[in-house]
Ligand binder design. Structure first.
Ligand SMILES: Cc1cc2nc3c(=O)[nH]c(=O)nc-3n(C[C@H](O)[C@H](O)[C@H](O)COP(=O)(O)O)c2cc1C
Length: 251
């Protein structure tokens, strides 16, 4: 089975040649940390920390995207905000800095962010979520992706409908953290549900949550049949982890 993940952009298509990716982690995945991770994972898609679009426009946080084009390998830039114009402007800026793709954060549970309508609040405000994706797809040539959760309060919120709408709006890959917003980091990431949703979508799906070692990654890939896995907390203090999991995730 080919492990390549092909992503269509409006002007530029991208191919990811490793199915093991580094999560965006605020306060962690800056360029220094990414350089360490890259030593062991030459082909993996790595992400910036989430970047607030409005702040970027005002000149704050530019260090998070500066000189991405000078880094080795693919770097996705993750943006969060609830203002469509700001998000597309930030996406353009990130593209000009060398973003391999633009990811929109629709999963962050932090109150400060969700209260303003960004992050996981977009699971509830589907109209705005669609508008954000459509605007960014129009604004940039590189692929546009979304990272989200399985629901706001519960898993009975017709999340399928949300994901179909994102797909129709032009999202070219979706990462699913297998928890709801309400769960935060409690309970377990529901890989079975990620698998059910993966089956319904045409675009690639990346499974996320509770993958800490190669065995977890293989089990998760088997359970979800996802196109790839994304590792967050498992990398803390172990920057070689993505490379290690990548090595063992190919049969
Ligand atoms: C310290 C920390 C920072 C995070 N920052 C972000 C972020 O900037 N953007 C995002 O989409 N998710 C963020 N997350 C969520 C992770 O990307 C990931 O979805 C979550 O931790 C589940 O995966 P894991 O079990 O592999 O950690 C963060 C999580 C942690 C623990």
């Amino acid at each position: 089975m080919s492990s390549n993940i092909s992503l269509k952009g409006r002007g530029v298509n991208r191919i990811i040649t490793s199915k093991v990716m580094l999560s965006p982690l605020a306060g962690v995945t800056d360029n220094i940390f990414r350089r360490l991770v890259r030593k062991w994972a030459p082909n993996s898609l790595l992400f910036t920390e989430m970047i607030n679009a409005t702040s970027l426009k005002k000149g704050y946080g530019t260090q998070k995207i500066n000189q991405i084009d000078l880094e080795e390998g693919p770097i996705g830039v993750q943006i969060f905000d609830n203002r469509p114009y700001a998000v597309s402007e930030a996406a353009k800026q990130a593209e000009d800095s060398g973003a391999f793709l633009i990811d929109i954060n629709m999963g962050c549970p932090v109150k400060k962010i969700a209260k303003k309508g960004g992050g996981s609040a977009l699971i509830k405000d589907r109209k705005l979520a669609i508008e954000l994706v459509k605007n960014v797809v129009k604004a940039v040539r590189v692929p546009v992706t979304v990272k989200t959760r399985l629901g706001w309060d519960s898993k009975e919120e017709n999340i399928e409908d949300f994901l179909f709408k994102l797909q129709d709006a032009g999202a070219t890959m979706i990462t699913l953290h297998g928890r709801t917003r309400k769960q935060g980091f409690s309970g377990k990431s529901d890989w079975e549900m990620i698998g059910r949703l993966k089956k319904l979508l045409e675009i690639p799906v990346i499974a996320n949550g509770d993958i800490k070692n190669p065995d977890d990654a293989l089990n998760c890939l088997k359970t979800t049949n996802a196109d790839g896995v994304m590792i967050g907390r498992g990398i803390l203090g172990s920057p070689w982890k993505i490379g290690e999991i990548d090595y063992f995730s190919y049969e």
